[in-house]
Design a protein around this ligand. Sequence first.
Ligand code: UD1
Length: 432
Amino acid sequence: MEEKFVIHGGKPLQGEVSVGGAKNAAVAILPATLLAADVFTIENVPHIDDVIILLNILKRLGAKVQFIDRTTVTIDTREVKNGDVRLNLAKRLRASYYFVGSLIGRFKDVGVYLPGGCDIGSRPIDLHLKGLRAIGAEVDTDFGVFHAKAEQLVGQEVYFDQVSVGATINVMLAAALAEGTTTLINAAKEPHVVDVANFLNQMGARIRGVGTDTIRIRGVKELHGCNYSIIPDQIEAGTLMIAAAATKGDVLIKNIVPTHMDALTAKMIEMGVEIEEFDDAIRVKYVKPLKAVNIKTYPYPGFPTDLQQPATVLLSTAEGASVIVENIFEARFKHIEEIRRMGAQVTVDDRIAVVQGVKRLTGAQVKASDLRAGAALIIAGLMADGTTEIVNIKYVDRGYDHIENKLISIGADIARIPVEEDEPIDIELDFQ
Ligand code: UD1
């Protein structure tokens, strides 16, 4: 049944809240278990829709999947027989392309329906194709299927024209079982890229240089199962940090890696937010009216595109005009039309948004167009005077584990309720 969020805004968030496992690491680590025929225990798995879909795909491929508790899952991949992932489920998320890198080394032949995911721009996969071809795979994308074949992958130097999280991880997965050494140049440095490499090394891979822009993968003959705990989600952490400041609150956000948050922390300090860092926690405290700042999104360690939408909302009531430049995805301003309905003053020209701070936002009925737009609208609802209703929250559930429960635990007035069906038209009109 379709659901919506109803938020009564204006309540400062206060208290302590804990961040879950990283979505973008989990959606690569779960398919990566297919690189070996063995048993895994993965902890700190976020209980989100994208993960549930991936686990269902693993089951359909013949893996045994079992939750031990809400965030710990065991996966036994010994009975997986081939690399045929032409399943409709694969169309429902972006990360299904990781099945190509995960299965090609083991089964030599893989087919996956082309990935779906959030509509935030054109999202090509040319860099994945280029990287896989460079290490010896025959790759094509005919008839809606991402198909790759290789008797034996062979290590090579792969230069990425543009920094891509997905392509870096996908080629790293494939190269783990290649013959010889693969060098990825201009690789992505995001914390989840590092986490996936750490997981692969735990499986017996030999990957060095992750977290820098040159990654070296010395191929091994075989990988094995392991126990692994996924890192905290940088974007959930950032969403909560922004929500704390946006509601004029004071929140201790736990299970966080503070250095992963540096780009956001620096901007929030510039806005006038008080930030206190601990070993694995950050306290965010609103102390005075926020000032406008300029933000440009970049690959890590730059400001993450995934936090651009929530940050735009935070700046909507700051003093002055902020300029936001979205460098990564060309269609990532779809939340702006919705926050304008709540009173925000924002103009958009191509990839640049100018946010002129207003005194307050007011509640409205709004619609989430993608995952992070949904998170941004929740923050807008928490800030606004009056009641906000957000529909299309299925996008939010793809990447946040019942975010409303975490927000309620720190004082938010937010409820998930079923969307009433429109009244059926059951009167037949007789037109003459
Ligand atoms: C991942 C994240 C997403 C995040 C994004 C950027 C996952 C599942 N999703 O998405 O949350 O917003 O990184 O941090 O991890 N590009 C190409 N050709 C390609 C691949 C990408 O031109 O083959 C371009 C994209 O259009 C974009 C840029 O490279 O402009 C970065 O995209 P990429 O890092 O690949 O994003 P995703 O892996 O899709």
